[in-house]
Structures are given as structure tokens and as C-alpha cells.
Design a protein around this ligand. Sequence first.
Ligand code: CTP
Ligand code: MG
Length: 215
Amino acid sequence: PRTAALIPAAGSGTRLGRGPKAFVEVGGLSLLARSVACLSPYVDEVLVALPAGMALPDGVQAQPISGGDTRQASVLALLRATNADVVLIHDAARPFLPARVIREVAAAAWEVGAATAALPVADTLVQAKEGNDWGTLTPRESLWAVQTPQGFRRAALLAAHEAAQREGHAATDDAGLIARLGQRVALIPGDARLFKVTTPGDLALAEAVAAVWDK
Ligand code: CTP
Ligand code: MG
């Protein structure tokens, strides 16, 4: 199948506080450049949603498009700009993508229709009660933390996005839009290095990972 990588990179990076986050550098390379470099060998085209009025960083080989006000709007704009059979959606803010995860998500996307990288939860989980006191223990067996990349047959994801838009349904990821329609989403074991750079502390962690990743 013809495959496109779609990278939402149009966020403002409010929690990180360093300007538009995709352009922030770790180990001398922007988060966006790193994400594009990881995905490029495995896809036929790369499309990036950018903040309004911004251009791609130098040296990034991709088709730029204008993002929207929300991640969901940015992904919908990306979906409308490709006719690939399979799309791999990946946050620019997750700059370290192991090849194994890309390959497995892409294969399952085509076979099952939808797939996402995800990690079994390792911590003990508790539902707090009032006052931030320990309430009810939540068994973590069978709980997974969802990451990207997420892969889909493009037509199925476009239909799910258009349904969500019609119904005013807001979601933080794309696999959730497929699951709410009762369609299957395969969980593919992700990787700790796929954490999302969200806060200043994450940036320090990313610098440390970059030093090993680039060796
Ligand atoms: N994103 C996007 N368009 C938006 C909002 C977010 O393409 N309108 C992208 C971000 O660029 C990022 C990914 O979605 O690659 C995940 O979003 P998040 O981590 O929340 O990034 P920001 O929205 O930039 O950060 P913040 O929420 O702290 O402002
Ligand atoms: Mg955000």
C-alpha cells in the first residue's frame, strides 16, 4: 500500500514555554526534523502541519500545510491533503521513533485497519478521592498508555474525523475516533523513548536520549 506520514506540528508549545514546540532543538536538531528523519525511510511521502505563517525548518524534506486550532483540526487538514492508502500519524513532539515500532504499526494498520503504539502501564494506579487522598486502587493489568505513531487505512480515519467534526466530538488522539465507532484498533508495543516532550523536564530527558540516539 502507498503510505504517507502525517505529522501534526502546529501546536504552540505552551507548557514547554519555548515557542512553537516542533522547532525546539535537542542535540542540535529540531523535534520536527528528528521525527521526519525517522519516518522518511518507511513512507512514500511526508506531510507536516505547521503553525499559520511558519515555514519548514531548513533541511526538512516534507510537504508543508497549514495546521488548525486544535490537534484534531491539524490532522483533518493533513488527511485531506493526501490520497495514500495508509497514513501514519505521528506527533512532532515525540522525536525518537524506533524502526520496529514504525514497521509494526504500518503493517497492522493495513491488516486490521487501525493500530497504535502503546505501553503497558508500569506504575500502581489509584483513583484519588477528595483532597488528593488515596481513593480506589485501579488494577493496571490490561491498561496501556497510548503513544504515537498511530496507523490507519486513510479512508477509515477520514470518515471517523468527519463524523467527529459533524458531532462536535473532541478527542486527544486519532485511534480514539476509530474506537468510538466500534472499529478495531490493534495495540502495538511501543517504546519508552516515544515519550512526548511536553514540559521543561521532558526536554532535559530528550537531551539525554539524543546523546545516545545520535551515537
Ligand atoms: N498540534 C497541532 N496543532 C494544534 C495543536 C497541537 O498540530 N493546533 C500538534 C503539536 O505540534 C504536537 C502534537 O500535536 O506535535 C501534540 O500536541 P501537544 O503536545 O499538546 O503540543 P502543543 O499543543 O504544541 O503543546 P501545549 O499543549 O503545551 O501548547
Ligand atoms: Mg496541546
